[in-house]
Design a protein around this ligand. Structure first.
Ligand code: FES
Ligand code: FES
Length: 153
């Protein structure tokens, strides 16, 4: 029998308590138990960045993180960025620069960019490329994404 645990955390600014299996991954809990379908699952091995969320403001791969490790912590998904139906400045920059095609990588890209700009307001091109190296996009060729991020610097 699988052991059930109670996960208490702050998700997108709201306190949540969720009953989970000890072995459940964060990506599954976010998508299937919390309704945060913006968190994408792709490679499952911490390579593509599609499942990126912020834990206490820092990007992590939710596909390789146990949900229970988020107990007592603050998690932000793409659904938590907009305020009062207004996109965050990073989301708006991605829209303004057409920095997406299929959009599958976009939540992870936007969250990683949000974390970058929180820690480094004026990253160089090299720093942007380095910070986003863990987020793979199969559509855009990255140029529009870089333009979007640079517009915020
Ligand atoms: S699905 Fe998590 S890094 Fe690819
Ligand atoms: S927009 Fe399709 S993977 Fe990035």
């Amino acid at each position: 029998m699988t052991e059930k645990q109670s996960l208490s955390f702050v998700l997108n600014g709201e306190s949540r308590e969720v009953s989970i299996d000890a072995s459940e991954l964060l990506v599954d809990v976010l998508r299937e138990k919390c309704g945060m379908k913006g968190t994408k699952r792709s490679c499952d091995v911490e390579v593509c960045g599609a499942c990126t969320v912020l834990a206490d403001g820092l990007p992590i791969s939710s596909c390789t993180t146990l949900a229970i490790d988020m107990d007592g912590r603050d998690v932000t998904t793409i659904e938590g960025l907009a305020r009062n139906e207004k996109l965050s400045r990073v989301q708006q920059a991605f829209v303004d620069h057409a920095a997406m095609q299929c959009g599958f990588c976009t939540p992870g890209m936007v969250l990683a960019t949000t974390a970058l700009l929180e820690t480094n307001e004026k990253p160089t091109d090299a720093e942007i490329r380095h910070f986003l190296r863990g987020n793979i996009c199969r559509c855009t060729g990255y140029i529009k994404i870089l333009e979007a991020v640079k517009s915020l610097v």
